[in-house]
Design a protein around this ligand. Structure first.
Ligand code: 5AD
Ligand code: SF4
Length: 445
């Protein structure tokens, strides 16, 4: 019997997808995958480095696991973004780490684990993908039996000045459409109801060949892919994240043409100030961003819009922060993720003085949070009386007589129901708006 392995995933959806791919390889190689670190022979952390606090987390978790194991030490591995960036320095940072596996070395995990356990030496692989390594995930490893993450592009070429991702995940590499379409078709056959096409910038999708996209119209390869995925008949298709500069209005046209392309776009603005956007090297101005938003908002379908904002970027003045507030007011977001700027070593912005004090960052953070909460309250209330399509995902955390799921516009919806509904799509009439969710009742036919 081979060793038992526990993988703990920190960070974004791409890490969730990477863990699913790694687990598939490990199980194929005969390893046992277990759901807790308590007695696993090998504990692997799939790490995130997007902000300082996230990249610190792995060290706290290693400490906690070792303490709980009380001397019965597992083999400890670090994979993902922190592994790629820190490499062998991780061994110096923590003597309990035995294995370091970079973001594109996941398929080699089985042999790397074997070497680490047999040789009792520190093993590292931060190399690239090898020809013939394909994205392959078995359904038993997926995070849900109804919703699947399907990566379409890995890496990032944008080099926004604050961001570590181009360094931790390398250059953009798009999967060939035939492979993506085969995966979506087989997910559909296996009962999956929703796919999320994922990538750092999905709309920068540019495969080396157009195989699979023949016969589909579209101004960009991404809008062709959207139409091709829609044609598989998968019930619900969502995609994230979209990069503003590459957001072509043809994406909106594709959504309008296909009911199964969901009515939700995540389009991070990061700032409302042209000076800050330039310093961030985002490649667009406030007006360019607003033009994209216009195309989304003026669609005949009501398309929900969400965004990310960084506050306290080096040199951000209070006037520039006000410009972000006014952008948020103009965009009327259905949801907003706010982040305090966090200096990442090696990025261009790390050469700038991180001169907005932590106190000021906290104050801007809560100002924006409250501002958005008020706007969002009005948007959420406008759903009362409306009917939304919900994919039932499970019991609500708050009440076991309520079920929970997401709408096609990607809002959390709770409603009275029972476990027999899980995995089904239901129509819910909204009766009440909460801060970050909607409550309703199933429409009787
Ligand atoms: N500091 C703060 N937030 C960041 N993000 C990316 N890099 C940083 C950083 N250095 C945010 C951006 C991005 C989201 C995933 O994380 O808003 O869209
Ligand atoms: Fe980071 Fe910018 Fe790439 Fe997004 S687009 S991953 S923020 S560099």
């Amino acid at each position: 019997m081979k060793a038992s392995i526990y993988i703990e995933t920190l960070g974004c959806q791409m890490n969730v997808a990477d863990s699913e791919r790694a687990s598939t390889k490990l199980r194929e190689a005969g390893y046992e995958l277990v759901g807790s670190s308590e007695s696993a022979d090998v504990v692997i952390f799939n790490t995130c480095s997007v902000r300082a606090r996230a990249s610190q987390k792995v060290f706290n978790r290693i400490g906690e696991v070792r303490k709980a194991r009380n001397g019965n030490e597992p083999t400890i591995g670090v994979m993902g973004c922190v592994a790629q960036l820190e490499g062998s320095a991780l061994f110096d940072h923590s003597s309990s780490i035995n294995l370091v596996v970079g973001t594109t070395a996941t398929d080699r995990l089985p042999s790397l684990i074997e070497s680490a356990r047999e040789s009792q030496r520190q093993i590292i692989d931060v190399g690239g993908r090898v020809d013939g390594e394909l994205w392959k995930v078995s359904n038993v490893e997926r995070h849900s039996p109804y919703v699947a993450f399907v990566p379409i592009i890995e890496g990032c070429n944008k080099f926004c000045s604050y961001c570590i991702v181009p360094f931790s995940r390398g250059r953009e590499q798009s999967r060939v459409a035939t492979e993506i379409l085969d995966e979506v078709r087989s997910l559909r056959e296996d009962g999956y109801k929703e796919v999320h096409l994922i990538g750092q910038n999905v709309n920068s999708y540019r495969p080396l060949t157009s195989a699979g996209l023949e016969g589909f119209s579209g101004t960009t390869p991404f809008s062709k892919l959207l139409r091709a995925v829609a044609a598989t008949g998968m019930n619900r298709i969502k995609f994230t994240t979209s990069f503003p500069r590459d957001f072509h209005p043809d994406i909106v046209a594709a959504i309008e043409e296909n009911k199964n392309l969901c009515n939700w776009v995540h389009l991070p603005a990061q700032s409302g100030s042209d000076r800050v956007l330039r310093a961030m090297r985002r490649g667009y101005k406030r007006e360019d961003y607003l033009r994209r938003v216009d195309a989304i908002k003026s669609s005949r379908r009501r398309i929900a819009l969400t965004s990310d904002i960084i506050i306290g970027f080096p040199g951000e003045t209070s006037e520039e922060f006000e410009e972000t507030i006014s952008l948020v007011a103009q965009c009327q977001y259905d949801g907003l993720y706010i982040f305090k700027y966090s200096e990442r070593p090696g990025t261009p912005a790390s050469g700038l003085a991180d001169n907005v004090s932590n106190r000021e960052k906290s104050s801007r953070f809560s100002t924006l949070e409250i501002f958005q909460k008020n706007l969002q309250g009005v948007i959420y209330k406008s759903y009362i009386g409306r009917e939304v399509n919900v994919l039932v995902e499970g019991e609500s955390a708050k009440s076991n007589s309520d079920m929970t799921g997401h709408s096609t516009c990607h809002k959390v919806i709770n409603f009275p129901g029972d476990m027999t509904m899980v995995g089904q799509e239901v129509s819910v009439t909204i009766t009440e708006a909460k801060a970050n969710s909607l409550y309703g009742v199933i429409k009787k036919n």
